[in-house]
Design a protein around this ligand. Sequence first.
Ligand code: MN
Length: 334
Amino acid sequence: MSSVQPSFKKLAHKIVATKSFILTTHKMCDGDGLGSLLAFHHALHTIKKPTRSIIIDKISSKYHFLSPDKYIERFDQLKSPIEPVEVALVFDTNDSRRIQPLYEELKKKCQEIIYVDHHPILKNGPKPSEQSIIDTTAASTGQMCYFLLKEMGVVMNTQIATALYTSIVFDTQKFHFIKNSGISHAICADLCNYIKDNERIYNYLFGITSLEKINLLSQSIKQTEYFHQNKVAVLEISKKKLDESNLNIEDACDFLDMTLAVNSTQVSILIINLSDNTYKLSFRSKSLDMLKLAEIFHGGGHKTSSGATLIDYVKNPKTEILKALSPFISQESN
Ligand SMILES: [Mn+2]
C-alpha cells in the first residue's frame, strides 16, 4: 500500500504522546463517522489512553451491531460533566458547525481540536485547526484512520477491524466510490483477517430491513419525478411519512441512491420536509459537482454526494433546486 504521508506520521506521533482524549463525529452520524470514531475508541483503549466518546444526536438502528450505546454518550444525556482533556479528535467533518453545540464545550475543555477528514474545506466555512489532516483523495475517513492506527503501532483486533470495515464499506457504497484507487480493497482484505462474519455487516448496512421499508420504497420510486431528459430525479418525502413507516432520514437516502442507479440519471435529489418551511436536502451525482450545488443552499459534502438544510424557507425548494441546477446540466451537455 502507498507510503504514509508526513502529516499522518506527525499526527500519529502526537496521539501517542497525548494522554487524554474526547472523540466525536458529525451530527446525524453515518457509517464512516461512527466507524472511525469507534475504531479509535477501541484502539485508544488497547493502548491504555483514557477516552470519552460523545456524539450529538441519535444513532440509526442499522449501526446497533457495533453496540455504540456501550461506548458512546450523547451530548444531551451526559453521565457526568466534561473534564478538561488534551485533545479532541473529530472524525469525518472539518466543519465545527456540524458538531454544535458540543463544539462550544470542546473549545472550553480541550487544549486542541483536531479534525481527521476527507471532505473539502468549505470556501465560506470555518477553517479547521492546523494540526488537522484533511485528505480529499481518501475514499473514506475510515481509510485515513487505518493508516493512522498502523502508524501509531496499534495492534489490530476484531472490534477495531469491524468498525473500520463498516466505515470503508459504507462510504464507498460497497466499493463503488473508491476514488480510482485499490486502497479501499487492500485495507479491507487485511481487515477481513480479523472479522468473523463480514457478510453480516453488509446486511446490517444495506439490507432492506423491514416490510415497511420496501413498501415505502415502492411508493417513493413511483413518486419520483424526472427532469432534463430524465437526467435529474427528484424525490420529495415528508418526515411524517417516514415516521409513520418507522423509518428515518437515512432510509430515505437509501431510496435516493437507488434512483441514481438508473442509466439516464445523472443527478438525484431528495427533499425531506422536516416540518413547516424546514427541509433537509440530499444531492447525489455520477460526476457533476454537487458540492457547488450544496454551497448555493449553504450546505456541504463531497463532489458526488452533498446536502443542506433549509430553515424558515418560504419558497418551493424543488423549483429553486431545479433552477440552481440548470447551469450544471447545460454545461454538461455542451
Ligand atoms: Mn466519510
